[in-house]
Design a protein around this ligand. Structure first.
Ligand SMILES: C[S@@+](CC[C@H](N)C(=O)[O-])C[C@H]1O[C@@H](n2cnc3c(N)ncnc32)[C@H](O)[C@@H]1O
Length: 559
């Protein structure tokens, strides 16, 4: 793609980020990249769902399998990177010598071409933050040096993500592993950087700002002499009868003196700078971040996605390394923390993820935070848009199809995907429609195949009874047959006591929907309104109203 082609809308891609980057993202079109790739931990990433009582469910579902292991695919990726030559190839060959044909090499071989693409799409003034685990961060740093050049390394940020207490086990023989590493690189030396500040420590204020001026403003008298006795090129001259190496040149010193900002406590004493507390920005935040807390089970923003990062972390990165209207890309976007924060901070965004679970969750997260109007400000690419596409997805991957179909209804998969584990339930939604606090549920059954019949409606009724659920939704490709419709009608209605939902607060207990209905919006799930705490995945807290459609009018010319 030609450089600088920036699409009008924000973009959410379903697919492998390597292919998406190569096929859809233009050269030098992105200002900031944050990536949090799954680590080669040899573990599946499991999604735990909030059960009715809010406790963690024993039921788990594989959100995505970490398949980055040394096999034919990764060895092919390795060969391609090496054949492309350059510093990256040299780094990979060195890794091969060091690591042999291991999963760590596979991880690096899969990351290498993605990092090369990410560098291509980054603007010259762009920045990239690679979030990783200390087990792999030192290899990734060498790889990043290979791709971006060692000169473009800016920081190794340490994020204290938990407390030592949480990692400690009886008899441990190592220090608690309580931090993640975030590697910060730029493409050149022209990057945006807005230094963030933390509030000054109360004890520091108490000890350093004891003085008050006539208006009662707190101040301190600060040092004006230069550190390093001139070694760092500071000027030396006489000022108010005192000769020193000074922080500022003579003109600036004179100006400050005339403004009353330089005070000589007594004749002959070293002049001091009058620094007001209310003019202080705070303490410049360095490369060690201990003030951003992980998502815990009680966190308001917690959605139940296993590797969800806190919004505060992304807020710090996005504010420091981009401006309003800039394009932020997250190629491993998970449940969309980067997207949510970029949206809130009036950045434009591109998200990519390889599971429909993540894509569905992000759509719901944005709806919850900004209302349905947000949908017109972004496009989803790679999802089925018609029945044929949905059928193809169902054929390729039954579970991805289920995630996608459930996502169309705002529902989430709830049970393990092991054969037989779902016991007739593919997804759930919880709601609360009275003042008792009792959780009510809607159970979903998704049929990817084409042989449907009345027995499946009967099965769903059985599941409803067994689970004491209020409503059952059956989603299929085929139109329901007459016997199915009759059986569903005979199941009657659920009457919601306090809902302001559909007519009379009555909802069919069994609802039969087709993929076409959902895609075309001709029918949807009839249910009482969901409250903030009711969904299977927790809802994102509402954010402020959505910004104007992208690009914001005042920035339109820039695109
Ligand atoms: C560690 S999670 C990211 C979590 C995210 N930072 C958040 O706050 O929710 C990694 C994500 O990368 C996705 N992923 C893994 N391989 C991918 C690939 N090749 N292309 C796109 N996404 C991928 C996974 O589906 C998963 O959602």
């Amino acid at each position: 793609m030609a450089p600088q082609q920036i699409p009008a809308l924000n973009q959410l891609f379903y697919g492998d980020n390597l292919a998406v980057l190569r096929d859809h993202i233009a050269d030098q079109s992105v200002d900031l990249i944050y990536l949090d790739p799954p680590f080669n931990s040899r573990q599946d990433y499991n999604v735990l769902f909030a059960e009715k009582d809010g406790a963690r469910s024993a039921s788990q579902i594989t959100a995505f399998k970490d398949t980055w292991e040394w096999n034919e695919e990764s060895s092919l990726a390795y060969e391609q990177v090496v054949e492309a030559g350059g510093r990256v190839a040299e780094a990979m060959r060195a890794f091969r010598t060091l690591l042999g044909g291991t999963d760590m090499l596979a991880y690096l071989a899969m990351m290498a071409p993605r990092l090369v693409e990410l560098r291509r799409v980054l603007k010259e003034s762009g920045s990239i933050y690679l979030h990783c685990d200390p087990t792999a961060s030192h290899y990734l740093k060498l790889l990043m040096d290979g791709v971006f050049g060692a000169r473009c390394f800016k920081n190794e940020l340490i994020w204290k993500r938990t407390t030592a207490k949480n990692d400690y086990i009886q008899g441990a023989t190592n220090w608690g592993r309580i931090h993640d590493v975030i590697l910060y690189y730029t493409k050149s030396d022209t990057q945006e950087f807005h230094q963030p500040f933390a509030p000054l420590d109360e004890s520091y204020i108490q000890s350093h700002y004891k003085l008050r001026d006539a208006q009662g403003r707190a101040y301190q008298l600060d040092n004006l002499t230069a550190p390093g006795a001139g070694m760092r090129g500071h000027p030396t001259y006489e000022f108010l009868g005192v000769t020193r190496y000074w922080r500022y040149n003579k003109e600036k010193m004179q100006k400050l003196y005339e403004e009353g900002r330089i005070i000589q406590p007594r004749p002959g004493a070293v002049p001091r700078y009058l620094r007001y507390l209310d003019e202080m920005k705070g303490t410049a935040i360095g490369d060690t971040w201990t003030d951003i807390f992980p998502i815990n089970s009680q966190a308001q923003e917690r959605l139940g996605y296993p590797t969800q990062k806190p919004e505060a972390l992304l807020e710090r990165i996005i504010k420091a390394s981009s401006n309003e209207g800039d394009v932020v890309l997250d190629p491993f976007c998970g449940c969309g923390t980067t997207i949510q924060v970029a949206q809130r901070l009036n950045r434009r965004w591109i998200g990519i993820d390889i599971t429909h679970l993540a894509i569905g969750l992000i759509k719901t997260r944005l709806d919850d935070a900004y209302g349905p109007a947000i949908r017109s400000t972004y496009e989803v690419i790679g999802e089925p848009t018609d029945v044929a596409g949905a059928a193809q997805l169902a054929e390729e991957n039954k579970y991805q199809f289920q995630y996608w179909a459930l996502g169309l209804c705002g529902a989430r998969p709830t049970e393990g995907i092991k054969k037989g584990a779902d016991r007739g339930i593919d997804g759930r939604l919880y709601f609360h429609d009275d003042l008792t606090g009792d959780s009510k549920q809607i159970i979903f059954s998704v049929k990817g195949g084409h042989n449907i019949g009345v027995s499946e409606v009967r099965d769903l009724i059985g599941v409803l009874q067994r689970e004491r659920a209020e409503i059952g939704v059956y989603i299929s490709f085929e139109e329901p047959t007459k016997p199915m419709l009759r059986e569903a009608a005979e199941a009657g209605f659920y009457t919601s006591p306090g809902s302001s939902g559909a007519e009379g607060g009555k909802y069919p207990r069994i609802q039969l929907l087709t993929i076409r209905d959902l895609l075309e919006g001709t029918k949807s799930v009839q249910r009482p309104l969901l409250h903030a705490r009711d969904t299977t995945f927790r809802k994102a807290p509402p954010s402020r109203p959505p910004p104007p459609p992208h690009p914001p009018p005042h920035l339109q010319d820039a695109y």
